[in-house]
Design a protein around this ligand. Structure first.
Ligand code: ADP
Ligand code: GN1
Ligand code: MG
Length: 363
């Protein structure tokens, strides 16, 4: 059913069309996403940005425009392009529309003939995931990071999420059991790893680059046959950061065949073969500008970013589900336990992962 606020926003981008419709679309955890259909057959993605996640949404749009302009000036082989969705101007010339309730809406190219893959089926698809993230980093590697503004302060700085977890856990009650007990113990036992990337960053060992911030599997669009990645979407968190945040996030999402919400969190596991194929695809695109120190800390990131996401889900559960969209009470707890089980699986394979990264980096 067409939502009236969304329809009003859609009219700001496509005026004078009595046949215009706007229907909810996709499975994102943050923004409200709609597909807009115009009478002439045109389609757009319309999104109301989440103001809690993005307190200064105009920064999201400014970054997107800077990024798109930079990438448009970098020719790509037409047969092997990575597409990014362009943003549309409203009829008043602005890059967004603000509704009467203060909602911030923007419209993007709808990238059709594509599908999201919820679970990788083979290493060829994994290679495509690596290609997409690597191509993105290669396209923006000469865009100075300070040309983009922070859309989320402290995003992926694990010590900040750990502090928030500690504050929320102070109200967890006296006798937690089940998944909550497991999650609290798991998080409390790992305070020694939370600073692993940030300490290297403070020491000047890791450069700030333009990153995507959220390259999970759902944010890659494959062609309809599921063979090639054709687009990278959800650029709201593109901002200065470490490539480790992106690689850690991509690996934790793509190499866990159980997904983010399995029935049993113990189903989560890290598939090293998928990881190898992703890194091969990634390094093929990025060879030449990543430093030795960046490569050396990739295994650290592969462990830390799922742990951090587990902390984020757990904190949101403890705070009453205020940030991530949930289907039911307890959903964020299940997601947290799943990310921690995944972290456990990575920890059990860390030596092999480290050897593998070393071999791939030298190849
Ligand atoms: P969120 O930040 O809430 O995750 P996304 O930007 O990822 O929002 O959009 C949610 C979903 O909508 C995506 O997972 C995808 O299925 C779909 N989507 C978003 N942008 C596009 C686009 N430009 N073309 C096609 N589908 C899109
Ligand atoms: C959110 O926006 P979406 O659904 O693609 C979140 C990511 C998490 C992800 C977990 C801005 O991503 O950081 O890794 O959920 N995005 C934001 O699924 O917080
Ligand atoms: Mg998304």
């Amino acid at each position: 059913m067409t939502n009236s606020l969304a329809l009003r926003a859609a009219q700001a981008f496509v005026p004078d069309d009595p046949g215009l419709s706007a229907e909810p679309y996709g499975q994102g955890l943050i923004n409200d996403t709609y597909i807009v259909k115009a009478s002439d057959g045109r389609r757009l993605i319309l999104q109301r940005l989440n103001r809690q996640a993005f307190p200064q949404p105009e920064r999201v749009q400014a970054n997107l425009r800077a990024l798109l302009a930079h990438v448009a000036a970098r020719p790509q082989n037409p047969g092997r392009r990575l597409n990014l969705p362009g943003t549309h101007l409203a009829v008043d010339g602005a890059d967004h529309f603000t509704d009467d309730d203060g909602g911030f809406w923007r419209a993007l190219d709808f990238i059709g003939g594509t599908r999201c893959i919820t679970k990788l089926e083979n290493t060829a698809q994994a290679g495509e995931v690596g290609f997409a993230l690597g191509r993105f980093h290669a396209l923006v590697h000469d865009l100075p990071a300070d040309r983009l503004q922070a859309t989320r302060e402290g995003f992926h700085q694990t010590p900040m999420y750990y502090e928030r977890f500690r504050a929320a856990a102070a109200h967890a009650g006296d006798t937690p059991d089940g998944d909550l007990r497991f999650c609290l113990d798991f998080a409390n036992q790992r305070d020694d790893i939370v600073d692993a990337l940030e300490s290297a960053r403070r020491a000047g060992k890791l450069p700030l680059r333009v990153i995507h911030g959220d390259p999970k599997l759902d944010n890659l669009l494959f062609d309809e046959r599921g063979e090639r990645v054709v687009a990278l979407i959800d650029l709201d968190t593109a901002q200065p950061g470490l490539v480790h945040y992106d690689l850690g996030d991509c690996l934790r999402s793509a190499c866990n065949p159980a997904g983010e919400s399995p029935e049993d969190p113990r189903a989560a596991r890290f598939d090293l073969d998928l990881c190898r194929a992703i890194l091969q695809g990634y390094l093929h695109e990025t060879r030449g500008f990543l430093t030795g120190e960046e490569l050396q800390l990739l295994p650290v990131a592969a462990r830390l970013i799922p742990f951090e996401l587990g902390l984020r889900f757990l904190t949101d559960h403890l705070n009453g589900d205020r940030y991530f969209k949930v289907a039911y009470r307890g959903h964020n707890l299940l997601r947290a336990a799943t990310q921690f089980r995944l972290t456990e699986s990575i920890e059990g394979q860390l030596d092999r992962l480290t050897v593998m990264v070393g071999e791939l980096a030298r190849a």
